[in-house]
Design a protein around this ligand. Structure first.
Ligand SMILES: [Zn+2]
Length: 490
């Protein structure tokens, strides 16, 4: 009898010659087969890809891997799962891992399963680990896009135009140059000239353009946004502008690059300057500044507590010769008598050091109540089900006593209930074990190890550290007098 499993898997096998201790390709294959069997996955024999005897790091092209990716893109897709021994088989570095995982998971909807690092979405540990992997992925994709940005930046410095030709220009793909579209260039000139007239507003300009039936490049009606894009587009003066994160159109960005372009101008500098002056006035008048992200935000916000009063230590950024530091917010407000001033340069390394010690020496760590744990909510659900079983028991007994059910019917019902109860109890036991302190400590050590790498890396953006720190730490109590910290993990 053949069973039809939903998961049809390819297998990718690779050994890195650098590591002598690892499993041979045959053992990896055996483990993959066993895993597939346990998890109702069909391995497709024609889609077993085995990279023989090359080191992934030294050989650029992994022919089998390339073949697998090529097949994955075929339609209909030949497999919906890829089994690997672990993720390090799959890609040679993080960047590559992100690229291929994104391609496979998101674009082709092919799941990659590492048989040694299975991600069981139900378990809290896995949820946290997955979020750490995600945080790392995000961090590495940032690096990737950094490289792309760098390339764009260099192009901009050379005065090469990038992007879609602005209204009034045509872009020639072959020469990669902008050329003037005479008819529309006249309209651009007119827009600028009208704009600097005292009574003209953006709204009026749009109305004029729409009334005279001039459409935008894309054939739409003019609106505030498209009009502002014209009036602030420095391309019209023959220059190119490049800002990090280009699409955000932050024209005041300090890192903005403006260089002499290779295309002819439509607007002269004088007209441009007048137009920008008016635009600034317009902005000053109308633009409501977004509330700036608090300047004193820190990724440890709300986590460090004062040992004296229990309040959070708030953060103050470095400025004017004062170092970045934390202080008890109760003390700041006069409610706490004990200053808990501590510099970033002291508290952060101390926390990181403790974090490392905790997992590497398997120290006895504090773990919070964790009332939100998935297990706990499951446990209470199971207990409720057990309570309901008791009620059912009483009901079948009553039915028998009152002569509604025969003795056989009663016995049958009772056996059914006994079976149900024993199943529920087994599950409860398992959950209780998962919830046990010992188990939770073990998984915390594992998470700490991953977290340490991220939190101690200066190039990781603070928002990623922020997310991670708040998932990891319940609180960190700082005692100024004794110069100690006490970490409680979640
Ligand atoms: Zn205090």
């Amino acid at each position: 009898m053949t069973e039809l499993n939903e998961k049809k898997a390819a297998v990718y096998i690779r050994v890195s010659t650098d590591d002598q201790t690892e499993y041979s390709p045959d053992s990896q294959m055996k483990l993959c087969i066993a895993y597939a069997k346990d998890n109702n996955i069909d391995i497709l024999p024609e889609h077993i890809y085995r990279e023989n005897g090359i080191s992934g790091r030294t050989v650029d092209k992994r022919p089998q891997f390339q073949k697998m990716i090529a097949n994955a893109k075929k339609k209909p897709k030949p497999f919906n799962t890829i089994l690997v021994y672990d993720f390090s088989r799959f890609a040679r570095n993080r960047e590559e891992s992100v690229t291929y995982k994104t391609l496979l998971r998101k674009k082709l909807e092919i799941e990659i399963i590492s048989i040694t690092q299975p991600i069981d979405e139900k378990k809290k540990e896995s949820v946290i680990l997955e979020s750490i992997y995600e945080a790392m992925d995000e961090y590495y994709s940032l690096n990737l896009s950094e490289n792309v940005k760098r390339g764009k930046k260099e192009k901009a410095t050379r005065g090469e135009f990038q992007g879609v030709a602005p209204y009034g220009y045509k872009y020639d793909k072959n020469t990669q140059q902008l050329y003037i579209d005479e008819e529309k260039a006249e309209i651009v000139k007119m827009i600028f000239k009208k704009w600097i007239e005292p009574d003209t507003t953006i709204r009026k300009l749009c109305k004029f353009m729409n009334d005279t039936n001039f459409k935008t490049t894309r054939g739409h009606k003019w609106c505030d946004r498209s009009m502002k894009l014209i009036l602030q587009n420095i391309t019209y003066t023959g220059k190119v502008r490049f800002t990090e994160g280009g699409m955000k159109r932050n024209y005041d960005h300090p890192d903005m690059i403006i260089s002499q372009g290779k295309h002819p101008p439509i607007i002269d500098d004088e007209l441009w300057n007048l137009a920008q002056k008016k635009m600034q006035e317009h902005k000053d008048k109308w633009y409501k500044y977004k509330k700036e992200y608090s300047k004193n935000e820190h990724w440890l916000r709300g986590i460090i507590k004062c040992s004296e009063c229990g309040a959070s230590l708030s953060h103050v950024n470095a400025m004017k010769g004062r170092s970045g530091h934390f202080q008890c917010c109760g003390y700041n407000k006069g409610r706490c008598l004990s200053s808990h001033y501590i510099r970033d340069s002291v508290i952060i390394p101390t926390i990181l050091e403790q974090l490392k010690k905790d997992y590497s020496e398997r120290l006895d760590i504090n773990i919070g109540e964790n009332t939100e744990s998935i297990e706990l909510s499951e446990i209470s659900l199971l207990k409720k089900q057990l309570d309901r079983l008791e009620i059912k028991r009483k009901r079948i007994k009553d039915a028998y006593i009152n002569g509604i059910d025969t003795i056989n019917e009663y016995k049958e019902n009772k056996t059914e209930l006994d079976k149900e109860e024993s199943n529920l109890k087994k599950e409860l036991e398992k959950l209780n074990y998962n919830q046990s302190v010992k188990m939770r400590k073990e998984r915390t050590y594992k998470i700490c190890e991953e977290a340490y790498k991220i939190l101690s890396d200066d190039s990781v953006p603070p928002n990623i550290k922020d997310t991670l720190a708040h998932k990891l730490f319940e609180k960190i109590v700082y005692n100024k007098q004794e110069e100690t910290i006490e970490i409680t993990y979640k």
